[in-house]
Design a protein around this ligand. Structure first.
Ligand SMILES: *Cc1c(COP(=O)(O)O)cnc(C)c1O
Length: 434
């Protein structure tokens, strides 16, 4: 393989364990240090290659080969500190790409170029931090509402901002239960509502029904100036608008902000995301900082200038058609996986138009580790991202199915009942599977 110094080396690359600590060395001799670096980086590259080819449980697209073409840009420290829409004296930034990417998402989410404000974040969590802060600053006495299936960043943010937080129950699908929302809104009618709506929950990939949330607010007598809605669209932010079903969420509806993770469906070698809100809210967090010649209205100060270029490049490489094709393929492969699991008598659930397959947690930790499955209680899930080709799913099933037969063959141990987690109709346990 090609190395740091451009030399070709062949070496015995024993598998590197995730837990191996690699401390910087301090050898006197430069050659020795270079040899050490080459060896470690080569081993680590091979380790990543192996782990990325068994990456099923986490919602990140590992198909990042195209970005190697941008490696010459790693020679620069690119910093997009401050408001992307404000030019600054610092010239080593990529704000023209950042604005280009934001414009693309503005079109996707139906908001005019001169009506939005946004920026490229460090990931979905930073988008949630920004959106919910806007909500709190606009409605300082508001209560934050979010379903129990929400990402862990939501209750964390409620604590960070010391906001009163109401957890709303969810349906079997993972969607927010609007009957529970209604009962909690009615009790707290005298205080504004800040609602986090999930466009794709982390574990089950459920999309909260935004129209029903809006209807519920209206039924409870909340006028538009008494609520703020942030859409956490980390995983589905790109997927949902590209589906034929049209727009489940859009700035045409009275929402305040939307955020997504750039490294999830789209794919990026480094974590990143998009936060978008209405331009009329731009002033809420703005603070003019004289010595950096910009306006401070983002959560972090220094911001990664490579990320907007990666996003821009990814969008160009795929185009809308390519992304749509990715979405269709992932949904098809998710259905294939669900059908194969179901056929093998395994409890499984896949929401409509979703790419997250929930199924019975494997008893064998080795399988969970090898395929990097995420588990929750008696459930596991696989996120069928664009890098998850059908062959990978076949290899996984070829690994799982024979092993599973041995776990349950003598009848002493029975598969767990998942009726409460994913519904009776999806449960294949000895009672519900009949
Ligand atoms: C992944 C995820 C987040 C957090 O995104 P990061 O990019 O990891 O910060 C937030 N919300 C949902 C629904 C997610 O799935």
């Amino acid at each position: 393989m090609e190395t740091l110094s451009g030399k070709k080396v062949s070496m015995n690359t024993k598998e590197m364990e995730s837990s191996d600590v690699v401390e910087p060395r301090d050898e006197e001799c430069v050659e020795d240090r270079m040899d050490y670096l080459i060896k470690i980086v080569t081993q680590f590259h091979d380790h990543l290659k192996e782990r990325a080819s068994h990456y099923l449980g986490y919602p990140a697209n590992q198909d990042c080969n195209d970005y190697v073409a941008l490696s010459s840009l790693l020679k620069f420290h690119i910093n997009n500190v401050g408001d992307p829409l404000k030019e600054s004296v610092n010239g080593v930034h990529s704000k023209r790409f950042e604005i280009g990417v934001l414009d693309w998402f503005a079109r996707l989410w139906n908001i005019e170029k001169d009506a939005y404000w946004g920026y490229v974040t460090n990931g979905g969590t930073e988008g949630n931090l920004h959106g919910l802060l806007l909500g709190r600053e606009l409605l300082p006495t508001g209560i934050l509402y979010s379903s129990k299936e929400s990402h862990y960043s939501i209750p964390k943010i409620a604590r960070m901002y010391r906001m009163d937080f109401e957890t709303i129950a969810s349906l079997e699908s993972g969607e927010m239960d609007c009957i529970d929302l209604k009962s909690k809104l009615i009790i707290n009618k005298d205080r504004p509502a800040i609602i986090n709506v999930n466009i794709g929950t982390t574990f089950k990939g459920a999309v909260d029904n935004l129209d029903l949330v809006l209807q519920t607010l209206e039924d409870c007598g909340f006028s538009h100036d008494q609520f703020y809605i942030h859409c956490d669209a980390a995983i589905y932010g790109i997927i949902a608008p590209l589906l034929d079903q049209g727009h489940t969420y859009t700035f045409k509806k009275p929402i305040g902000s939307v955020s997504i993770s750039g490294h999830k469906f789209l794919g990026s070698p480094i974590p990143c995301g998009i936060q978008m809100t209405r331009k009329s809210y731009r002033h809420v967090l703005s603070n003019n900082i004289e010595y950096i010649h910009t306006i401070d209205n983002t959560i972090s100060g220094s911001r990664d200038g490579h990320a907007p270029i990666f996003l821009w490049y990814g969008l160009n490489m795929k185009g809308c058609k390519g992304l749509q094709k990715d979405v269709e393929n992932c949904i098809k492969n998710a259905r294939y996986l669900r059908d194969r699991l179901k056929h093998a008598g395994i409890s499984t659930m896949l929401n409509e138009m979703s790419i997250i397959v929930v199924f019975e947690r494997p008893l064998d930790h080795e399988i969970v580790h090898k395929w990097q499955l995420q588990c929750l209680g008696n459930m596991a899930h696989i996120v069928v991202m664009p890098h998850v080709a059908r062959e990978i799913l076949d290899n996984f099933l070829d690994d799982l199915l024979p092993k599973r037969n041995t776990w349950y063959q003598d009848g002493k141990v029975l598969p767990h009942c998942l009726a409460e987690d994913i519904g009776i109709s999806n449960c294949a346990c000895s009672i519900h599977g009949k």
